[in-house]
Ligand binder design. Structure first.
Ligand code: ATP
Ligand code: MG
Length: 415
């Protein structure tokens, strides 16, 4: 056992600094975009009572039936690593009495989520999501705002995607429609895949997700929920669409869009990127006007989305190059403290600065500065010199203070 090689668990991965840079810039972009629209930073625990997800996500969903990491703690409580963020946000809304605040309450989050799935490209057991939720108002402008924010986030991350949009109406409409759909599915049961046939009573809507040929033919003739919306829901959906049209965002109206979570009402949407292959969903969400009350809170409308960080990075373009550092080289050991102080002062002056920390020769240090793509090298010995790595020009300066002045002035010119 002692010699067994330790590896990250199946379906998980390490984020190394080379990947971390793109994650950091995506996070900064999301914080900026969502923050400017009033979505405040929100965090919740990575594990919650299992019951939250059983009740919130829905007992018939794939997530609850197959994908949850559930364990018992030492006190015998059943806990689950969070598979998604909306249920936790709603729990927190109720727990902290956020309905007493001015509405809507807008939250944004970023963090790890866990699903026990078969790992493949773009599908992991621990992955990160960016999410946004707006609770306490059913104003259609929130649906449109959230869709537009995710659209901007994807566009600015270089992700080319298609937006699918639909409306599921309210719980009553959905129930009546469900019965109509079940009748249709039973009538043509022999044409369906075994899986879909087995799910007619528990989750008939998911039949729209099937890739099975016979099932697809049956679904093409199936009644459509979008044609059954009551006047209030139809008007709400028309307004969401009008706002998207005003913003010039293209979408496909897709009545077959079924999201994998039970809690949706009215608006549902999903962004897909064809470049991702089988795992094409980059982000999606919708309105969940019944969820908060289902979790024991006051009747509270809500709408939100979550997007997969790894899928955005897989489908997106490279991040902008990081700021080129200043490299502080050390002529000999006795100048180590002066060089260390100089790097610290350069950082204090707002520069990216690194100092030699591995005992390299001067030749090795210049090579290393090249590897770091340094803009400038400050060489600290009895004399101090500043070398511009672009032009190769090297000039002596009087002291550390002048070196900092020269370097920051150079950055201001080239910056
Ligand atoms: P899929 O259809 O690919 O299983 P989903 O419908 O289960 O996705 P959501 O619950 O809507 O996904 O989660 C929102 C986003 O989180 C997805 O669009 C995707 O980008 C990402 N995501 C979901 N599951 C995983 C996973 N196992 N690994 C990586 N990213 C994931
Ligand atoms: Mg899934």
């Amino acid at each position: 056992m002692a010699s067994a090689k330790l590896q990250a668990p199946r379906g998980t991965f390490d984020v190394l600094p080379s990947d971390g840079r793109r994650r950091d810039s995506l996070r900064a972009l999301a914080d900026d975009l969502l923050g400017r629209a009033g979505y405040g930073s929100f965090e919740s625990p990575v594990f919650e009572d299992t019951e939250l997800f059983a009740r919130g996500v829905g007992a018939s969903t794939d997530i609850v039936q197959k994908e949850m990491f559930t364990f018992e703690d030492k006190g015998g409580r059943s806990l689950t690593l969070r598979p998604e963020g909306t249920a936790g946000a709603c729990r927190a809304y109720v727990e902290h009495g956020m309905h007493k605040q001015p509405q809507p309450v807008k939250l944004r989050y970023w963090g790890p989520f866990f699903r026990h799935e078969t790992p493949q490209a773009g599908r992991y057991r621990q992955f990160a999501q960016i999410g946004a939720e707006a609770l306490g108002s059913d104003d259609p402008s929130l649906d449109a705002e959230l869709i537009l924010l995710l659209d901007s986030l994807l566009e600015r991350s270089g992700v080319k995607s298609r937006l699918r949009l639909s409306s599921l109406g309210n719980a009553g409409t959905r129930e009546a429609y469900g019965e109509e759909l079940r009748v249709h599915l039973r009538e043509r049961g022999s044409e369906l895949s075994e899986e879909v046939r087995g799910r007619i009573d528990t989750n008939a809507l998911r039949a729209f997700d099937s890739g099975h040929e016979g099932t697809r033919a049956v679904m093409a003739d199936a009644p459509r929920l979008i044609d059954r919306l009551d006047p209030g829901d139809a008007e709400h959906f028309a307004e969401v669409r009008a706002l998207l049209d005003d913003a010039g965002v293209a979408y496909d109206l897709d009545p077959t869009l079924v999201r994998g979570l039970d809690y949706y009402t009215r608006t549902v949407f999903e962004f897909e990127s064809p470049s991702l292959g089988a795992q094409s969903g980059v982000g999606g969400g919708g309105r969940y006007d019944g969820l908060v009350s289902q979790l024991g809170g006051p009747a509270t409308p809500g709408v939100g989305w979550a997007a997969g960080v790894e899928r955005i990075l897989l489908a997106g373009s490279a991040a902008p190059a990081p700021e080129a550092p200043v490299y502080v080289a050390i002529v000999d050991r006795e100048h180590r403290r002066a060089a260390f102080a100089l790097a610290r002062e350069l950082r204090g002056a707002g520069m990216a600065a690194q100092v030699e920390q591995a005992g390299r020769s001067m030749k090795g240090q210049m090579k290393h500065a090249g590897r770091l793509d340094a803009s400038t090298v400050v060489i600290v010995g009895d004399e101090i010199e500043v070398k511009d790595m672009g032009t190769g020009e090297q000039v002596p300066v009087a002291d550390a203070r002048e070196a900092i002045a020269v370097v920051t002035a150079g950055a201001a010119i080239s910056g």
